[in-house]
Design a protein around this ligand. Sequence first.
Ligand SMILES: [Mg+2]
Length: 494
Amino acid sequence: MLGAIIGDIVGSRWEFNPTNDYNFEFFSNENSFTDDTICTVAVADALLKGRDYGESIHEWCRRYPHPMGGYGGRFAGWVHSENPQPYGSYGNGAAMRVSPVAMWFQDTQEAKQEAERTAACTHNHPEGLKGAAAVAEAINMAIHTCYGKTPDEQTDLAGEIGIATAYNNKYDHDINIDAVRNRFDETCQGTVPVALYIITESTSFEDAIRRAVSLGADADTLGAIVGSIAEHIWGIPEWMKEKVRTYLPEEMLDVLDRFYDKVGYHPDREIDFDKFMENCINWMLPGLQFYYRDTDAIDNADEIYKVGETIRAGFFIDVTTKLLRPIHKTRYIIASAHVAPFHEIKDIVEKNPAIAEWNLCTLHYNSYFKVMDIYKKEGVTQVFLLHIPENMARLLREDFNMDFVDEALGENNSLKAIARASLDEKMKMDVHPRSLDPAWCERMEAPVGLTAEGDFFPLEPLPDSATKAASLGHSIRKMANDVDVEIPWKKKTN
Ligand SMILES: [Mg+2]
């Protein structure tokens, strides 16, 4: 919320006098709050009072009838109407005022629904609703992932948040920033994707605001949207928090302070671990299948992989639904419910029939696995990996055992026992022709989670934006329904 207000005030001076100077004066005596701040404060006030968003926005805007930059044409009509009705707008006003709901509602789906409600009183066009929901989603994602991280980690996450939000909301993420420079576009669909793109490119709160404002576009509103997300990625420098207060009237400061007192995550919020584990189980188990991958690249898998450790794939992991007796020294048996089944996709198989012959499935390079078991039999070492959600790998690292998975499976079920029985059975079978196919063997060659030097990949996920494989990565995530689990929060009990 405060990030939106800062972005608005910093950008206010350049709304109708655009600049491309990145080093513009951040706060000057020509800056002022505009409609973006008024509407944002109105939404926060509605939450604090439990009242209708539309009524609150209407009332606050009428209290400030002539803010710097004024109100947009049809919105001005709505403000001045005695009986205001939604008017099908898809203006970016839907997206700039939404930040308080994304802070208030911890559950992302709930935050998105509520975001649509903040838009619906005026911007009830599908693009207006979507713009509000998308910004709320990005903020919520940042709240759930960026607190407590180092600045470098936050910058990496910014890349993911921007891309993931664009992807989840079906916005184009490949923005040509030169094509939108100096173009005043006040639609949601023309502003929100640009804001998300700026987030992915930015390296700090101030950098994000400078990029947004100096684009020469709708400076205050783009600044507000970018600022509302950036606040929860990098945090706001203390000097800015103090400075911005000098631009705000007492009654807005009062709402701001009461709002932050109420939703302040830090000292009084903690992860609801029971709910989190439930989310993880619901991610891991429904649709769980075993996949296979064999290699001769290592002959000491039992020394490399340690039961209980968490590893990251590091590269796209090709696996198959079926292999029989191993002819390689190491067999990976991977249990996953989030694998992209390339062999089921007609277009792909038409281009490369081998994909069907291999029953090829692929896991994303930012897939995380728990090493569940190492089992040796007749010269073959089987490494059993369970695919776990990224947030689980991040939050829990090695500090948990996986007994709860067997408990969730029910009595007399043990994934480890199933994996061992698989190798026992397969040792009695013939070799599957796939195991003899040189092209397939080459695809399976690299050991899961290890670099060419034989070290484990760092656990920190590779930002999608940093790789040429980003679009393949997105397809895999989509096909595999590989969306991370949510982190549920609860009020701390002392
Ligand atoms: Mg404005």
